[in-house]
Design a binder for this molecule. Structure first.
Ligand code: SAH
Length: 350
């Protein structure tokens, strides 16, 4: 089955179910995924600098620590100057992609966001700007794109409408989230999507639907990570997602989407000390170190015990570089190097 998935990039629902639910072939699955990642990306690992610029959010997703109703969070917003300072530091460290992530915070108007994007792009002409700010109107997405934004991360979270209701309160809409993703694609963004693994009451069938949706959407990046409870959410008593299942899904994604950028996420590194290393060995090829100012790091708490909240960006990068090297891969920051891979346009990996 693994061989067929590698060859055809696809399996039937029944076969996927068997593969997702059994851990007996994990080693062979991870090795197959690693060989496909090496064929396309050698041992390269790309870095994306994450700037968590606001933890205000109008939404109330049951799983998320910065949900609007959580009164225990100390809210913060970075100023433009603080964000630019993160970019300056990141650029000096070799980052060429800045990911602006936040809750859905309409304090930041389209005009303000466009101004910020234009400024980053004019200061750092060799850099990509990625937005991860949730659902907005088509015309807002278009305006950010016109201002210079290159990429957008918006995990679909789930495509099952009943399951969507278990994770989100009334007033939020699955249809809207999915139509946002298609809007982003149509506008011309490189799009990242994905979902959490092991959210309460998630079934294999839900996950298979997610994989099918990703096959339709064909995103450039696919981010998955284990669900981790946050103490001040309605799901506080639920269990974390299973790391092995998450690793298996990373490997399946690599075999289904040989060219995709797949991050070894912070959540994976939080459920297990070696989670990110294991993710990379199972087919992931991106890490997203944190560039946010240290004084706000632990306020962007989507889940409990999030790692990397106490280290400066430089220290974070040094640590992840060492971890990546310890398993035989290498973080790349050299543009000349990236060009040779057929999966990416020139410089895109950076
Ligand atoms: N507001 C933006 C950014 C969300 S944070 C948006 O809506 O896209 C980025 C991702 O973190 C989310 O898409 C979700 O999949 C993940 N996340 C949120 N809460 C989490 C939790 N408790 N455990 C693990 N991942 C979580």
């Amino acid at each position: 089955m693994i061989e067929r998935l590698r060859k055809n990039g696809n399996l039937s629902d029944e076969e996927l179910k068997a593969m997702i639910e059994s851990s007996s072939d994990d080693q062979a699955l991870f090795e197959a995924a690693d060989s496909v990642r090496r064929a396309h990306y050698s041992t390269d690992v790309y870095i994306r600098g994450l700037i968590e610029f606001t933890n205000y959010c109008k939404n109330n997703c049951y799983y998320c620590g910065i949900r609007n109703s959580n009164r225990t969070v100390q809210r913060y917003r970075l100023t433009k100057e603080e964000i630019l300072c993160c970019c300056r530091e990141g650029h000096a460290l070799g980052f060429r992609t800045f990911v602006l992530q936040g809750g859905e915070d309409y304090f930041f108007t389209d005009e303000w966001i466009c101004g910020l994007i234009a400024e980053i792009k004019s200061l750092y002409r060799d850099c990509a700007v990625t937005l991860s700010i949730g659902e907005r109107e088509h015309d807002s997405y278009q305006a950010y794109f016109d201002a210079g934004a290159d990429r957008f991360l918006l995990r679909h979270e789930t495509v099952d409408s009943d399951y969507y209701r278990i994770l989100h309160p009334d007033g939020m809409s699955l249809e809207n989230r999915i139509s946002c993703l298609w809007d982003l694609k149509k506008i011309g963004y490189q799009v990242g999507s994905g979902f959490m693994v092991g959210t309460p009451k998630q079934t294999t069938e839900h996950i298979i639907k997610d994989l099918r949706f990703l096959q339709e959407l064909q995103p450039d990046m696919i981010g998955i990570g284990p669900y981790i409870p946050h103490q001040s959410t309605p799901f506080s008593n639920c269990e974390s997602g299973d790391m092995r299942l998450c690793l298996r899904l990373i490997a399946i994604l690599r075999l289904m989407f040989p060219c995709a950028l797949i991050p070894a996420t912070t959540a994976l590194g939080t459920v297990d000390k070696k989670g990110r290393e294991l993710g990379l060995k199972a087919g992931a090829n991106v890490v997203m170190p944190n560039l946010s100012p240290i004084k706000f790091r632990n306020q962007y708490e989507l889940y409990d015990n999030k790692i990397c909240t106490g280290e400066e960006a430089a220290e974070c990068l040094r640590c992840i570089r060492k971890r990546v090297a310890s398993i035989g891969y290498a973080i790349v920051t050299d543009i000349g190097h990236v060009k040779k891979f057929s999966c990416l346009n020139s410089g895109e990996g950076l």
